[in-house]
Ligand binder design. Sequence first.
Ligand code: SF4
Length: 387
Amino acid sequence: MKERTQKTESAGERVFAPAYLWDFRCDGSACDSHCCRGWRIPVDMASWERLARLPSKARKAVFAKLTEKEGTGWETRHDKNGACAFLGKDGLCRLQTTHGEDYLPDICDSYPRVSYLFSDFVERSLALTCPVAARLALLSESPMRFEERTVPARRASSAVHPPMEAQRIGKKMCALQLRMIAILQDREKPLRLRFLHLGRFLAALEARYGNHRLPRSEGLAACAENVKPDAETRARAPAYMRLRYMAEMLAELYEAEEDYTAPRLNAFASVLAEREEESEAALHAMHGHILENLAVNELFLRLYPFSCAGGFLANFKLFVLRFRVAEFPLLIQAFAKGAPLDEETALLMLGRIMEKLDHNRAADGLLKRHAAEDFYEMDADGTLSFI
Ligand code: SF4
């Protein structure tokens, strides 16, 4: 492993990624140094050791801004405004400007990149909790493109190993992802039908091949074609039941934070039920590309259908539930205001929800539990009639 990593680092690495990745530049002035405020920033052991080897004066200055947490290692201190102690008034990181990016902890070196280390390539995309990444990934009106490039290697310790099942299918993983993405980007259909198509496709694949003996690209295409919903297909239950489910889910997720109390959301659900199609159509007409990009980015970033245990269909249920939880507040706002939110506010709202889902283990666990239990006996069609 060590040998392979060293070779990769000197020769560059093959990266399969959405094309927007290459345009990303961290810009603290565009996001008010979003990722350096309010978070505890852990310092991994390898980075701590690099910092400990700095010359004495520099080392003392650096360690004055670190603190040791009992049982959990080291992290950066906060200043009185809750920002990382290394963040300068100009929005730049003093650790980086003084000592260079080699001295950044792994988390700062990688964020907002999420990298999966396969045996002979890396998959990489950007987390949407970074506002600069979210703009790049979500605002493009053209379908998100994916490509492979050989680029200078990043620090290998910042990447994670994908689950064993994904490792095992190797390069077929990319073919599977591209097929799922093509389904989500089929703009001839409304987004709901694309989700239905995706669910049926994954269920059919799982039933026929299991989750580790996948066909080649042509076989995947044929399987997707066989389960294509026709234009007449509808994927919804009585609207009030669906909306009420989402409202309760959101209230639970936000633990009755001001805007998302259960009574308030349920009241919305009951009136929204009468005009749901209209509000959804208006939302998708204005922000359809943002929602499609969100779905595609999440699908890739979380390595579906290997994001959770339980098989392809279980992963599909989690994928849809996470997406709906992100979309639902936009739907409520579109209804409440009589028109969809402007692009900036929609992006801000999505960023806030992604933060909740990415950084709050309880919220993540809650969604996984709901996805596994509430639709346990349902197929893709049944699941989509509720979420
Ligand atoms: S990584 Fe993103 S959120 Fe963090 S400072 Fe850079 S642009 Fe801002």
